[in-house]
Design a protein around this ligand. Structure first.
Ligand SMILES: Nc1ncnc2c1ncn2[C@@H]1O[C@H](COP(=O)(O)OP(=O)(O)OP(=O)(O)O)[C@@H](O)[C@H]1O
Ligand SMILES: [Mg+2]
Length: 229
């Protein structure tokens, strides 16, 4: 009887363990774990994971309004997005802040990879998603840095000073995925707002860039050219 009792308890424990592992795996794949983790302790996650890495078809809207003007590019493949990123890399530098939006898998990291490989002048450089690390840092030139961030794991209105935001905005080139997590306290004054939307039928991506007012004046001609490439 005692053995039977022990056997039942043992079987139950194994079954619970398997279910918990299965659940965690499923949650992780669906990124729900990230949300749960970040909701329970965003600060711990943020602190834990900073690391440093050293080392077509085109349509372009060119209206004459100033603020809020859109620059639009259609990309039919992931390679198109990466090339667009490389070209965009040519017209931005320290002090530029790119606020990336778009659904999961839209192509934000792919676009970032293009920008970063251009800046590193190394097309084969390994540029991975900062989803779990929150902030990947790359050095280029003499002493220039790119912060490639992904704020997906953070709840809205998080205290971003832990990532040295907003101090880094004018000291480096900032590329921020899931930038909708930034509330107005930490919002940059000058930025390029970049939205990538997916056409569900064709899988094509539409990139829409809306610069802040001063970037609009500074980059207008270059952005028009960029969208025509
Ligand atoms: N036309 C397309 N343009 C860009 N990516 C495409 C296209 N078609 C398919 N893909 C695929 O979509 C995926 C985009 O992944 P990527 O990691 O860049 O997205 P993301 O926006 O950064 O996602 P996340 O929100 O998870 O960070 C890649 O696997 C890419 O191959
Ligand atoms: Mg990404």
């Amino acid at each position: 009887m005692k053995i039977l009792y022990l056997y039942i308890v043992f079987t139950l424990l194994i079954s619970i363990k398997m279910n918990v592992f299965g659940l965690l795996y499923g949650i992780r794949r669906g990124r729900l774990l990230n949300r749960i983790l970040s909701n329970s302790n965003p600060l711990m996650n943020t602190l834990a994971v900073k690391h440093r890495c050293i080392n077509n078809k085109t349509s372009c809207q060119d209206t004459s309004d100033n603020v809020g003007q859109k620059y639009v590019k259609l990309c039919t493949t992931a390679a198109d997005i990466e090339i667009f990123g490389q070209n965009l890399g040519n017209i931005i530098d320290i002090g530029d802040v790119l606020l990336l939006h778009g659904d999961l898998g839209a192509g934000k990291t792919t676009l970032s990879r293009g920008i970063i490989t251009n800046k590193l002048d190394d097309m084969s450089a390994r540029v991975t998603s900062p989803t779990y690390l929150l902030d990947n840092i790359y050095q280029y030139g003499e002493d220039k840095y790119i912060h490639h961030m992904d704020l997906y794991r953070l709840p809205n209105n998080s205290d971003l000073s832990i990532l040295d935001i907003p101090n880094i905005y004018n000291k480096c080139l900032c590329i921020i995925e899931w930038s909708q997590r930034i509330d107005k306290t930490f919002y940059p004054v000058n930025y390029l707002d970049i939205k990538i939307s997916i056409d569900n039928n064709t899988e094509n991506r539409m990139i829409t860039i809306i610069p802040s007012a001063s970037n609009q004046n500074r980059l207008h001609d270059k952005l028009v050219e960029l969208c025509k490439m």
